[in-house]
Ligand binder design. Structure first.
Ligand code: ZN
Length: 168
């Protein structure tokens, strides 16, 4: 983020409530795509998609995106939707934990930039920093390409996920 844009971000956008209501929502516009500029899909559930993130503080950072109608807050889900969404978030997290063997799993819901319901699932390791606190988002970096591609391949196998347009 540049100094100029940081200075401009000292207040919430004037159209914030329109965005929360779904106007110009980038996640709704993008739809259930196999990949976007941030990550690659490793899981497609009934009501969510999970994307392994190219930029991360450490391996095992996945964003689970609610799909369907535009929803900003988890409290906007009806009981059936919320049960299904949390079940899918936990399914993803459970398999990530088996794969990465973390010391702890973190779940974060913010929506402060893109107000469309999504959950950040992050693996924490005994040697990561800072212990006992949330990971510092400013320390995100591009993961090594071979490591990222290897993780995508393995996680897609674990989730039984086959990218769209791939016949076999
Ligand atoms: Zn949306």
């Amino acid at each position: 983020m540049t100094g100029e844009s940081r200075a401009q971000s000292n207040s919430w956008p004037s159209d914030w409530f329109d965005r929360k209501a779904g106007r110009d929502c980038p996640l709704c516009a993008r739809g259930r795509t196999d990949a976007d500029e941030y990550g690659v899909r490793i899981f497609a559930g009934e009501c969510s998609d999970a994307y392994l993130q190219r930029e991360a503080i450490q391996p095992g950072y996945v964003v689970v995106v609610w799909r369907g109608r535009h929803v900003a807050e988890p409290t906007d889900l009806n009981p059936q939707e919320s049960s299904l969404y949390w079940a899918e978030v936990l399914l993803v997290a459970r398999q990530l934990a088996r794969h990465y063997n973390p010391a702890q799993t973190n779940y974060e819901i913010h929506g402060n930039t893109v107000p469309h319901l999504h959950t950040h699932v992050q693996m924490r390791y005994l040697n990561d920093s800072p212990p006992g606190k949330p990971l510092p988002w400013a320390n995100k970096r591009q993961l090594p390409h071979h490591q990222f591609e290897n993780d995508v391949r393995q996680l897609r196998t674990i989730f039984g996920y086959r990218p769209q347009g791939v016949a076999d």
